[in-house]
Design a protein around this ligand. Sequence first.
Ligand code: ATR
Length: 287
Amino acid sequence: MITIDGKTKICGLLGYPVEHTLSPVIHEVLARHTGENFAYIPCQTEPAHLAEAVKGAYAMSFVGCNVTVPHKSEIIPFLSSIDPLAAKVGAVNVLVPEEGGFRGYNTDLTGLGRAMRYDGVSIPKEKTLILGAGGASRAAAFLLAENGVTNGYILNRTLESATKLCNNINTTYGRTVFNPLLLSEYDKLPGDGYLAVQATSVGLFPHNEDAPIMEEAFYEKCSVGYDLIYRPFETRFMRFFREQGKSSFNGLRMLIFQGIEAYEKWTGKPVPDDVVPEVIEALEKHA
Ligand code: ATR
């Protein structure tokens, strides 16, 4: 357990609601592992109070903040500066104090990249697809774009939001990074061997038996699956891969590495990858 004293470094989570966050569990392990006197405090922040909350956290010398739903984009005008990658994504989940205010970063994106490296999943330049076109998909899509993906696909139930996200990314990078496609039209995907990132909310606990596409033929086109959901540990999407003898991964390491990357920014201490099993064990105990 953390012992709070006059030297404890405080970090806050700004979100609404914050009740179900697992981040305090992650950061307690990281603080213990790196020997920091550090406390992570969820701070329920109503949208109408966001500007004051940012000012207050800075005024009270917080060493940093996490930002979660529904503030990830809305917080940007209240920052003193923003990391160029977070600016491209248009979403911030980490604040780090600097002269005059907080600088915003996006470790959802970098954390997913580090999680994929940790899991030994490489991002091919071609044959990638993302299911979903919401907030989580956006971070994944920009990560793939940063890694040189061309001619990938964003499949969504609503074509309009997939098209909007594709246009946004293609304009930002000046090339065809993604093409939009309806989930139901997956048979239009050329060839096979796709890396498939699952970024819809379908299959989330307690809907464990649901997947955004329930047809084996889709999974036959894919070589590896990466689900951003971590509850349940094995989603129906992942099970389709297992049933075809293919690898698939859940979103737990993404969650952990976005936290690790944030923690490194707040404390200036590098966190070695060997902490990951310890964090997973703590999360499992908490569940
Ligand atoms: P998040 O921040 O978790 O990404 P979100 O922004 O609400 O959440 O996005 C949810 C994603 O899951 C969207 O792509 C959504 O599809 P639509 O754009 O068509 O709404 C997708 N999604 C949610 N429920 C779905 C369902 N029953 N079938 C297919 N896709 C679904």
